[in-house]
Structure formats: C-alpha cells, structure tokens
Design a protein around this ligand. Structure first.
Ligand SMILES: Nc1ncnc2c1ncn2[C@@H]1O[C@H](COP(=O)(O)OP(=O)(O)O)[C@@H](O)[C@H]1O
Ligand SMILES: [Mg+2]
Length: 512
C-alpha cells in the first residue's frame, strides 16, 4: 500500500463512529485534499468543549457556522455569541459559489444550500429578543464577584440581600440595588444597625461606585424584567432541527464588564436549571463564544476562577462550550486543558511573539507520521485547519489537516428587511420585549421613607399641638409608636432564593 492509501485508512478508521456525528471535511496530505477521507466529530463527546483558533481571515467564524448548522441539523440547539455581527446569514441559504463547488468536489461531499431556524437575541436596545436578569436572581455571591468588591463589601452585599429577603423587597434592577444601599446608611441606618450591625458609608460608597461602572457599560438595560428563561434556548423546530440562538454583541465588545457579567450569569443559570445528564450520547446545548479573548483578557481573577469551575461542571449538564479566538494562548491554561475538540486554523509567523505562539501551539499537537505540525500550522490555506477531536471512547482522533466543508447557509449577514421579517415572526420577541417596571425595592423604599417622613411630620405636629394643650391644661400627652409596616409582598422570591442556594452549594464545591 502506498503512503496515501495508508493515510486514508488511518483517517477513516480513526473517524468511524457507532452513534451520530458531524462531518467537518476531508483530511489533507502534503497539501492535497484526499477525497472522502472524512474528518468526523461524534455528538457523544461534544459536551467535552472545544477551541477554534487561528489568525484573522483564516476561517474561524466559518468553522463556527459549519459546526452550528450541522448541530442544528442533528437536532442540537446552539447558542452563538456573535461579536462582530457576521452570523445572521445562518437564517438564509447559501447562494453558492464556484469556489464552494470546487471545495466540495475535492472533499467528496455534496453541497446542499439550506436555511436554518434562527433566533436573534440582544443585550442592548438592538433588534432582537431582549435578554434580561434581575439582581435577585444573580444573588449576592455572583453580584460581588462581578462587581469585584472586597471581602468586607461582599459581606455588606449579603446583608443587603438578607434584608430584602426578610422584608420581601424585590431587587430587580440597578435602581433598586442602589436605593437599598443608600437606605442602609441613610434613612434606614438605625433599622439596619439594630438587626445586622453597623454598615459604613465608605463601604456602601465603594459598592455604589462599582455599580456605576456597570451602569456606564449599559448594565441598566440588562438588569431587570422580564428575566430570560434559559429553557427557551433549547427549542427544536417542527422539522426536528435545533434552533440557532444568535446573541448579537456588536455593541457590547467595548463593554467587557457587561459582556462577562452576562456570560457568567448565563452559565450559572444554565448550570442551576438544567438537569444532570445521563449518558444520552448527544449534547443538550452547544455554546460558541467568538472573540473569546475579550472575556478572558478583561475578567478579574475571581471571575476567571468562576469560569474555570463552571467549564468543569457544566459538562455534566450536556452543555459544550466552544471558544473561538486567534491564539490558543488567549485561553487560560486551566480551561485549555479541558477542551476536547481542537480546530486550529493557520497561524502567521510575523513577529517573534508569533513564532513563540506557533511553537507553543505545535507542542499541543505532537508531530505524526504524516505531519510536521509547526510546518503545517503556517502553511494551511483559508478554510483549512488542523483538527483533533475525541472519539466515542474519549480518546483523541488522528490529527488531520482538514479541508473544511463550506457553510450551507449564507456566508454574509441578513439584510435589514430580512432581519425585520425574522423578528416579526419570532415568538420570543413577543414574550420578552415588553418593558416592565413593577413595584420593587426602589419604589417600596421611597414609599417607606415618605411614609416615615409623613408620620414624623404628623407626630411633630401632634406633639406641638399636645405641648400646647399641655401648657394649657397641664395634662400629660402620650406618644404613638412610629409605624414601619412594609408594603404587601409583590412577588414571592422563590426562584431567586433557589438559584442563590444552588450558588451557595456551587461556591462550596469550588472552594474544595
Ligand atoms: N469553510 C469555508 N468554506 C468556504 N469558504 C471559507 C471557509 N472558511 C473560510 N472561508 C473564506 O474565508 C473568509 C474568511 O473566513 P472567516 O471565517 O471570516 O475568518 P476569521 O473568522 O478567521 O477571521 C470567508 O469570508 C470565506 O470567503
Ligand atoms: Mg471571525
């Protein structure tokens, strides 16, 4: 047998699966695509996370598109963080191109243009399903981590949450949170001191400043109601295809804090609500994070630890996380070591730093009988990548320089009218896009303060009157106790309390 035949056998044997799988393309040898030497990823190991890396323009985003549509076709829902806004084309079929035909002829795979079920979500006021969460749902632990406060300040935040629980004050948005912080060292100072000890103005001031930082990044749009239910990410269309949920983050990339806040809350929510998965042989949800360096670069140490832990834990819920970034070194070592699928597009050796990155990357893919990895890494063409997956037994598949298949959907964005039509037909837009500002801590505390002030004024007037009377009739007057009765409960905070208790458990697990 010749070298090419040996290679074909090596690849096809290493890519044979009993269960369902995705085909990414065909393996290449000495720069030539070997027809039907298919490179496959079993659905079974897709919850083992992955990485798509490579220099700008080498095909990372298209690889993400290919993975997303093939998952959808297999009935697996997908969540995409679309930072550059170039993935909405998934909702329209590819118009085709001679280059695509050429590519698919070389791979030995038919090309069938198709549109996929897409839902567009947004963190801002852009068109799309509004994603929101309440402060209560975040809970004190996560809020403290996101605000990156000191231990003492975190303690105060816990007390604030406890107070709101005890007094049935819903904490929905940042306005509520700020109000209660001001109240704790202002009008409610004595009440707080009596029940929980003294709270210093310096500490609440510091927390307030951190909140303002989040607000400046558009946080007030994100915190509030109606909270997004993560189960809505798991929808399947009438043809059995998984929905591709695209979160448009085009105006969020310069707001790293909001972005990482959102990411983490979403992961936490998924972790706490999804059931533990048995060995079903397929993932529940696959999440792709494009331009992932944005979260890792800007995240605080505490946040990074939290991300690392969640990456580890969320696998058991059938959720796979795929990071898309230029250099694998953008991803922390602790996360990198947990990734099952690696799709490495070309790296460019312009600077000494580039060459170092290539060397480091090559070490993760040891040389094989067929490849000199460092050499392949710099000579891959556009839409070609070194692929290493985990087979159904969890062992690495043969390393393969791969000619990647083309996306079946459009490799370009939707037009304005296409986007409008998509949104007008969305059930989720109907469900989530109404603004709600129901009575919560802010309004209730204001009312309470007003009430107290009114009572005080009344009391004063009464005392004056009585003093007058006393002077007149020399009779003693009684005092009425000041009422601090709360408003009736608006919403039972069970779900928030539940999520928080799960978080309590989670933090304990992570400390071990
Ligand atoms: N799998 C593919 N099939 C066909 N064309 C591709 C493929 N991957 C990349 N391309 C071509 O390369 C261009 C750049 O790819 P892209 O995924 O946007 O790069 P990156 O995200 O790495 O910057 C695309 O616009 C497309 O023309
Ligand atoms: Mg890209």
């Amino acid at each position: 047998m010749g070298r090419q035949d040996d290679f074909f056998k090596h690849i096809t044997e290493g890519n044979t699966n009993k269960g369902e799988y995705l085909t990414l393309g065909s393996a290449m040898l000495d720069g030539k695509t070997i027809e039907k030497a298919f490179v496959n990823v079993p659905l079974k190991t897709m919850n083992r996370h992955g990485l798509i890396a490579g220099a700008t323009g080498t095909g990372k985003t298209k690889t993400l598109q290919v993975l997303a549509e093939n998952l959808s076709e297999k009935g697996v829902p997908v969540l995409l963080m679309d930072i550059k806004g170039d993935l909405s084309g998934l909702a329209q079929p590819s118009p085709g191109h001679p280059k695509i035909d050429e590519r698919h002829a070389a791979i030995g795979l038919p090309f069938n243009p198709k549109a996929f079920p897409v839902e567009i979500l947004t963190l801002s006021e852009q068109n799309g399903v509004r994603l929101r969460a309440t402060i209560s749902e975040f809970g004190p632990v996560l809020i403290s981590r996101i605000l990156d406060v000191t231990e003492t300040q975190a303690g105060i935040i816990s007390v604030i949450f406890k107070y709101c629980d005890d007094n049935k004050l819903p904490l929905l948005d940042l306005k509520d949170f700020k109000k209660i912080l001001q109240y704790a060292t202002g009008e409610g100072k004595e009440e707080f001191q009596e029940a929980y000890g003294r709270i210093s103005t310096a500490s609440t001031g510091a927390i307030l400043r951190k909140i303002i930082e989040i607000e400046q990044q558009g946080g007030e749009l994100f915190f509030g109601e109606k909270s997004f239910e993560v189960d809505d990410l798991l929808r399947i269309d009438e043809d059995g295809r998984g929905y591709i949920n695209i979160i448009r983050l085009t105006d969020t990339q310069d707001k790293p804090k909001l972005f990482s806040t959102f990411m983490l809350s979403l992961l936490a929510e998924i972790y706490s609500t999804f059931p533990e998965q048995g060995d079903t042989g397929r993932p529940e949800l696959i999440m792709f994070i494009d331009e992932a360096h944005l979260i890792f670069n800007e995240a605080s140490k505490a946040l990074l630890n939290q991300i690392e832990s969640i990456v580890k834990l969320i696998r058991s819920k059938g959720v796979g996380l795929y990071f898309v970034t230029q250099n694998p070194t953008d991803v922390p070592e602790a996360v990198l070591s947990q990734l099952g699928l690696k799709v490495q597009h070309a790296l460019r050796a312009f600077t000494a730093k580039d060459r170092k990155a290539i060397k480091l990357t090559a070490q993760n893919y040891p040389d094989t009988e067929y490849y000199d990895t460092a050499n392949v890494l710099t000579s891959l063409g556009t839409g070609e990548a070194l692929v290493s997956a985990l087979n159904e037994k969890g062992r690495p598949t043969p390393l393969a320089a791969t000619m990647m298949r083309a996306p079946m959907s459009r490799m370009d964005i939707l037009t304005d009218s296409e986007l409008k039509k998509l949104l007008s037909e969305s059930n989720l837009v109907k469900k989530y896009n109404e603004e709600v500002d129901r009575e919560s801590a802010y309004e209730m505390l204001n009312e309470k303060i007003e009430q107290a002030e009114a009572e005080e004024a009344k009391e004063k007037a009464k005392q004056e009157k009585e003093a007058l009377k006393k002077a007149e009739s020399k009779r003693k007057s009684g005092t009425t106790r000041k009422s601090t009765r709360m408003n009736p409960i608006v919403k039972v905070l069970t779900s928030a309390t539940f999520i928080r208790s799960v978080f309590g458990i989670l933090t304990k697990v992570m400390k071990k």
